[in-house]
Design a protein around this ligand. Structure first.
Ligand code: GLN
Length: 215
């Protein structure tokens, strides 16, 4: 299994080392030909405005969007969630619009207002997830196709899934709990996809444990 990590800016190194702990081959992606043969992709935390502008200047925006639309599983964390959104309520950042979610950037305040909380995520089991929020976005609204994976105690949506796409408002890559990356890898395993020479072809659907809604 080959998982790409968008490595233009942000904490891609932490995602790569988390994937290595899970014995998965992690590929840093900085240019379009590095998208070939990936089974899944991660958008790291960082600065969504910088990442989007670098996606344009490195000619990644269009092929990324096409691959995502062809079904490539993608997980976005923090700034990565902003990239996944259809709409960003308080910024003119141009996201990839891969999920029917509207987000608000920097919704919890500045860097000093960062916090960690034990977050219940039923899809991961009974044990809460240690979730680190750093200038995080929140998910303001979703369409009925979007499954809400986690909310804060006040009801704020902070993790969601739509088919093979995940939006995680916090930073699983900064802690030692591997369950969210493991959950993403299960989605990838259920939805194998390869890309050869720019032609996107869905080749296999392997060992699907539970039905995965279509994108
Ligand atoms: N505030 C950043 C943004 O919206 C995200 C911060 C982060 O990824 N930790 O781009």
């Amino acid at each position: 299994m080959r998982i790409g990590v968008l490595a233009l800016q942000g904490d891609f190194i932490e995602h790569i080392s988390t994937l290595k702990k899970l014995c998965v081959k992690a590929i840093p992606v900085r240019k379009p030909d590095e998208l070939k043969g990936l089974n899944g992709l991660i958008f790291p935390g960082g600065e969504s405005t910088t990442i989007t502008s670098l996606m344009y200047s490195s000619s990644l925006f269009k092929p990324l969007k096409e691959l995502a639309q062809a079904g490539l599983p993608i997980m976005g964390t923090c700034a990565g969630t902003v990239l996944m959104a259809k709409k960003v309520s308080n910024s003119d950042v141009s996201p990839l619009a891969l999920m029917d979610i509207e987000v608000r950037r920097n919704a919890f305040g500045r860097q000093v207002a960062s916090f960690e909380t034990e977050l219940p995520i039923p899809a991961l089991g009974d044990k809460p997830f240690p979730a680190i929020f750093i200038r995080a976005p929140l998910i303001l609204g979703t369409s009925p196709e979007v499954e809400i994976l986690a909310r804060l105690p006040d009801g704020t949506i902070v993790a969601a899934r739509q088919g093979s796409k995940l939006a995680i408002a916090f930073h699983p890559e900064l802690g030692s709990d591997l369950r969210l990356h493991g959950y993403f890898l299960e989605i990838v395993t259920g939805h194998q996809l390869t890309v050869q020479d720019g032609i996107h072809s869905e080749v296999k659907k392997l060992s699907r444990k539970a039905p995965i809604p279509a994108d």
